[in-house]
Design a binder for this molecule. Structure first.
Ligand SMILES: [Zn+2]
Length: 282
């Protein structure tokens, strides 16, 4: 993806290093991904040099440390650019659909973070909390995405952010509240409702991706990186990765095929109203 190096965003809140080396991890609210990631990687998932704050004592050589921190800065800059691009898109798009836009902010954290949705650990993966309208990510997730989940590439990273901001859009349109109420009313159907909500966030990520193509920000292979990421974080793919039996009734995010399909639908249509995942088959 084409982006502006050195970019800074007012919507990024850097809390990395605020709470380090937590013992155990919070399972609350994380759902299946937390469990699967925990199964896969254990509680030590994101420890390591890449997210160490500047000035932390490390055994590595100064030169190596400097390199890590430079890569880290570049990633923060990339995430900042993409976040503002996604939100700039929705700031124009939502009013066209009769909705009022408010920007979300993105919290960068390491190890664990206290949110209005409770204490969450890195093992949860990136998430959006409707109660504080903040998206959260431990940038170490991108290493996992690339090395362990088989989804490399900057557009895979961008897709993850666009999915989370998709949840923010759902919060603004009232979809999040309606899903929440429906899940409370019908606990047996809660997973199925969650899948519909998640697939809509994937479709919204695709709608934004469509705009990047139109604005000539896509580079060769970007779309494939996004589709590949959607496919590799399907619930069936994660369960297989964890060596577990695939159990569709436990899905909360949708299968690889579904996630790819809805991202693609958003990408090809470029329209929010093509993202009705709440009626009809998925
Ligand atoms: Zn989601």
């Amino acid at each position: 993806m084409k982006w502006e190096r050195g970019y800074k965003s007012d919507n990024v809140i850097d809390q990395r290093g605020a709470r380090r080396r937590a013992t155990g991890f919070a399972a609350g609210g994380g759902g299946l991904v937390a469990i699967v990631l925990a199964l896969l990687f254990g509680t030590d998932l994101f420890s390591g040099g890449a997210t160490a704050p500047t000035g932390a004592t490390a055994s590595g050589q100064g030169g190596a440390q400097a390199t890590v921190s430079k890569q880290d800065q570049e990633l923060v800059s990339f995430v900042s650019f993409v976040l503002d691009d996604i939100q700039g898109f929705w700031a124009k798009e939502l009013p066209k659909n009769g909705q009022t836009w408010r920007p979300a902010k993105l919290v960068l954290f390491s190890d664990e973070v206290s949110s209005a949705c409770g204490l969450q650990s890195s093992a949860t993966g990136p998430f959006y909390c409707p109660a504080d309208q903040l998206a959260y990510i431990d940038l170490g997730f991108y290493r996992v995405l690339k090395d362990r989940l088989g989804a490399p590439g900057d557009f895979a990273q961008a897709y993850v952010l666009a999915h989370e901001i998709g949840h923010h859009v759902q919060n603004l349109t009232g979809v999040a509240a309606r899903v929440h109420a429906a899940r409370q009313r019908d606990p047996d159907g809660a997973n199925a409702m969650s899948v519909r909500q998640e697939l809509q966030a994937d479709c919204y990520a695709g709608v934004w991706a469509h705009s990047t193509a139109r604005r000539d920000l896509l580079e060769r292979g970007d779309l494939e990186e996004g589709l590949n990421a959607a496919s590799h974080i399907g619930d069936d793919a994660l369960q297989k990765q964890a060596g577990a039996r695939v159990r569709p009734e436990t899905f909360t995010h949708g299968s690889s095929a579904q996630r790819t399909k809805w991202f693609k639908r958003g990408f090809e249509s470029g329209r929010m109203d093509a993202c009705d995942t709440f009626s009809g088959p998925l």
